[in-house]
Design a binder for this molecule. Structure first.
Ligand SMILES: Cc1cc2nc3c(=O)[nH]c(=O)nc-3n(C[C@H](O)[C@H](O)[C@H](O)COP(=O)(O)OP(=O)(O)OC[C@H]3O[C@@H](n4cnc5c(N)ncnc54)[C@H](O)[C@@H]3O)c2cc1C
Length: 400
C-alpha cells in the first residue's frame, strides 16, 4: 500500500455500511462513516446471519458480542400453514460450524448493529450527516451534506440503503416499486409462549398467498416473527408504520394455533412494505461505488440481504487492498466479483415468493413432494452459499 492510506468515506451506518467500514479499516484504510440519522438505529426485530456472513463478522473480532447476544438455532423447520405438517427440516447448529467454520445466528437487529459499531471508532462515525450531492473527479470524490459540511475522499462508498442518494447521484433517480407484499413484524416474550415448548430453532409456515417465519433473538428471551401477506397496492413505505396485533391476527385467520398464539403474544406489531428495484449492470463510477441495498436490494426470502451487504464490504476491502494505487480499477473488480452472486440471490429470493405462497392445489403438492424427497434448506445443500468466502480475493498477477 502507498505511504498514506486511502481515505474512504462510507455513506450510511446500517449493517452494510458499518461492517464495510470495519472491513476497510482492518485492511489499513482511513475510513469515516457519514449517517443521516442523529443516532444509530435499526428498525425491526430479528435477522438471520448465515455462516457466510457470520464468518466475516467473527474474523472482524466481533465474536464476543455475537456469542453474548446472538442465538444459535439448532435447526430450521418448514411447515404447512393449517395442520402444521412438516414440509422439510434441517439441522443448523452445530453443523454449520463444522461444515463452514462459523455458526448460523439469529440476532436482534439493534444488537447486531451495536456489536458492529462497537468495533469501529465512534469518533469516525459522523451522525446527522445526510448526503445531498457528490462529484467524482480525477483524484477522488467530493461530497456535500445537508448540514453544509463538505468532504473529499479517495473513495466513496454508498451504503445508504434502498433509497440511496449515492445511487441516484451516480445513475439517476428512479423510484423503487412496491413488490406486492407486506410484512407484519413483532416480538413475543419467550415466557408468554413457554407452554408451546418451542425448540431453539427457526420455523417457517407456508400457506396460500402468505408465509410466516419465527425464530428466537436476544439470548432466547424474545421470539421474532415476520408474517408476509400479498397485497395489490401500498401507499406508505415506512418501516415504522404501526400495525395492530389484531390486524396481524386477522391476516393469519384460520392458520395453525401455534402461529396465532405467537402473533397474539406480541405487545406491538409493525407493518412493513416490500419494495424492489431492477438490478443495476454497474455499481461504480470513477472513485465511487455502492454496496448492500443501495445497489442490490433483494426480497428477504433467502434471508441474505444484510449478509450480502456484509460480504460486499469484505470483498471491497480485499479488492482495494490488492490494488490501492488504482482505486477505480479496484472498484470495477469489486463489482465484477460481486454482481453474479448477488444477482443469483435476487432471482432466487424472487422465486421463493412464488414458491412459498402457492395456493393449495397441484403445484403446491408437487413442491411439497420435492421438499419431502430432497429438501433444499439444509446446510449441505447450501454449501455454495454458506461456504463462500467473500474476502478471499485472488492476488493480482505481478506486473511484468
Ligand atoms: C422483513 C425483513 C427481513 C429480513 N431478513 C433478513 C435476514 O434474515 N437476513 C439478511 O441477511 N437480510 C435480511 N433482510 C434484508 C436486510 O434487512 C437488508 O438487506 C439490510 O438491512 C440492508 O442493509 P444496508 O446497510 O445496505 O441498508 P440500510 O439498512 O437501509 O442502511 C442504510 C443507512 O443509510 C442511511 N442513509 C440513507 N440515506 C442517507 C443519506 N442520504 N446520507 C447519509 N445516510 C443515509 C440510513 O439512515 C441507514 O442508516 C430482511 C429485510 C426485511 C425487510
Amino acid at each position: 500500500m502507498s505511504a498514506e492510506p486511502l481515505r474512504i468515506a462510507v455513506i450510511g451506518a446500517g449493517i452494510g455500511g458499518l461492517s464495510a467500514a470495519l472491513s476497510l479499516r482492518r485492511a489499513g484504510f482511513a475510513v469515516d462513516v457519514y449517517e443521516q440519522a442523529a443516532r444509530l438505529t435499526e428498525i425491526g426485530g430479528g435477522i438471520n446471519m448465515g455462516p457466510n456472513a457470520a464468518r466475516i463478522l467473527y474474523r472482524l473480532g466481533l465474536g464476543p458480542g455475537l456469542d453474548r447476544d446472538g442465538v444459535r438455532p439448532r435447526g430450521s423447520h418448514q411447515r404447512r400453514w393449517d395442520d402444521g405438517r412438516t414440509l422439510q427440516q434441517a439441522s443448523l447448529n452445530p453443523l454449520c460450524e463444522a461444515l463452514y467454520g462459523a455458526p448460523h445466528l439469529t440476532i436482534h437487529r439493534a444488537d447486531l448493529l451495536a456489536i458492529i459499531a462497537a468495533g469501529f471508532p465512534a469518533e469516525r462515525i459522523h451522525l446527522g450527516h445526510r448526503l445531498t450531492g457528490l462529484a467524482d473527479g480525477t483524484r477522488g470524490v467530493a461530497a456535500t451534506f445537508e448540514n453544509g459540511v463538505q468532504i473529499r475522499a479517495d473513495v466513496l462508498v454508498g451504503a445508504d440503503g434502498i433509497h440511496s442518494a449515492v445511487r441516484a447521484a451516480l445513475f439517476g433517480e428512479e423510484a423503487p416499486r412496491f413488490a406486492g407484499c407486506v410484512a407484519y413484524r413483532g416480538l413475543a416474550p419467550a415466557e408468554k409462549i413457554a407452554d408451546l415448548g418451542l425448540e431453539l430453532g427457526s420455523q417457517s409456515w407456508l400457506g396460500p398467498g402468505a408465509h410466516l417465519v419465527h425464530y428466537f433473538v436476544s439470548r432466547g428471551r424474545l421470539l421474532n416473527f415476520v408474517g408476509w401477506t400479498e397485497h395489490d397496492s401500498w401507499n406508505r413505505e415506512d418501516w415504522t408504520d404501526r400495525a395492530t396485533v389484531a390486524r396481524a391476527l386477522a391476516a393469519f385467520e384460520g392458520w395453525h394455533p401455534q402461529v396465532r398464539r405467537i402473533i397474539g403474544a406480541a405487545e406491538t406489531c409493525f407493518i412493513w412494505a416490500l419494495f424492489d428495484r431492477d438490478p443495476l449492470p454497474h455499481w461504480s463510477v470513477g472513485h465511487a461505488t455502492l454496496l448492500g441495498d443501495a445497489c442490490h436490494p433483494m426480497y428477504p426470502f433467502m434471508a441474505q440481504g444484510a449478509a450480502q451487504a456484509i460480504e460486499d464490504g469484505a470483498a471491497l476491502a480485499a479488492c482495494l487492498a490488492a490494488e490501492p494505487d488504482d482505486p477505480a480499477a479496484s472498484l470495477r473488480r469489486y463489482e465484477r466479483l460481486r454482481l453474479p452472486r448477488v444477482s443469483l440471490l435476487q432471482q432466487m429470493s424472487r422465486a421463493n415468493k412464488t414458491r412459498y405462497h402457492l395456493a393449495d392445489g397441484p403445484a403446491q403438492q408437487v413442491r411439497d413432494a420435492e421438499w419431502a424427497k430432497a429438501g433444499d434448506r439444509s446446510p449441505e445443500a447450501l454449501g455454495w452459499l454458506f461456504g463462500f468466502d467473500a474476502g478471499a480475493v485472488e492476488p493480482l498477477p505481478a506486473a511484468s
